[in-house]
Design a protein around this ligand. Structure first.
Ligand code: HEC
Ligand code: HEC
Ligand code: HEC
Ligand code: HEC
Length: 152
């Protein structure tokens, strides 16, 4: 018995090191982790207030459609009706709140279209895709495809 506990000092040192490491970990953690972390889940509870305080940048398509009934009419029957205004025109809440204060972008009638329609193996095979070297010419796609009703 005596013999086997002879070297227990090694074990006690190891134990002391372990306790010290845990103490340092708990100390650093108490400083680094925000106070309200974990109240609702594995995130900082006040992050919800931070996000709610961000300005609203999208107005939603129904706001646009109230004023731009001519565009709604132009888009009727097009497969593009499933694409809402701000996807092409960018966030426009400021414009919807006061149309004279700011104007949404007038997207480029070639760059914009190619974003979605350039041939790409990653797209579903039945999605309409074109090779811009073979289809149309160098000019804007909107020369042949009306921008709010692109089906020829
Ligand atoms: C309160 C009415 C109103 C709402 C809501 C509204 N617009 Fe407008 N919009 C206008 C008016 C008026 C003009 C013309 C402004 C001018 O030419 O001075 C305009 C112009 C535009 C233009 C043309 C800009 C240019 O350079 O000629 C675009 C694009 C546009 N709106 C998109 C949108 C989109 C997208 C939305 C929804 C997020 C929207 N509008 C919501 C009234 C509105
Ligand atoms: C697929 C992309 C796309 C979508 C979706 C789209 N637009 Fe446009 N819009 C364009 C392009 C491209 C132009 C033309 C820019 C140019 O050549 O001056 C344009 C022009 C406009 C203009 C300027 C006047 C005109 O008719 O040319 C207004 C206003 C406008 N869009 C409003 C809207 C509204 C409102 C919606 C939703 C109901 C909408 N757009 C949806 C691409 C789009
Ligand atoms: C945000 C992506 C997006 C943008 C930008 C976009 N399109 Fe489309 N386009 C679509 C989707 C989605 C469809 C419907 C596909 C379907 O239903 O199979 C479509 C359908 C079409 C069709 C009908 C194809 C057919 O099979 O009948 C044409 C033509 C077309 N787009 C041309 C254009 C042109 C020209 C522009 C630029 C002014 C443009 N698109 C911009 C997503 C986009
Ligand atoms: C010179 C006129 C012309 C130009 C410019 C043009 N197109 Fe077309 N496009 C057509 C015609 C006509 C069709 C229908 C016949 C066909 O499928 O080839 C068509 C069909 C399409 C289709 C449907 C293809 C399918 O598989 O259903 C898409 C998508 C399209 N064009 C996108 C574009 C884009 C994007 C651009 C610009 C890079 C563009 N087009 C430029 C004339 C044109």
């Amino acid at each position: 018995m005596r013999q086997s506990l002879k070297d227990r000092e090694h074990l006690l040192r190891m134990l002391a090191l372990l306790v010290a490491a845990i103490a340092v970990f708990l100390f650093v953690r108490s400083i680094a982790v925000p106070k309200d972390y974990g109240r609702f889940g594995p995130f900082r509870a006040s992050a919800l207030d931070d996000i709610a305080a961000m300005p609203v940048v999208f107005a939603g398509h129904s706001a646009c459609e109230e004023c731009h009934s001519d565009v709604v009419e132009a888009r009727q029957g097009s497969k593009h009706t499933q694409i809402h205004c701000e996807i092409c025109h960018g966030p426009a809440a400021a414009h919807a709140a006061d149309p004279t204060a700011s104007k949404p972008a007038r997207p480029d009638g070639r760059e914009l279209c190619l974003n979605c329609h350039v041939i790409n193996v990653a797209r579903p095979a039945d999605f309409p895709q074109i090779n811009p070297r073979e289809h149309g010419d160098e000019g804007p796609c909107t020369a042949c495809h009306p921008h709010h009703h692109p089906e020829p």
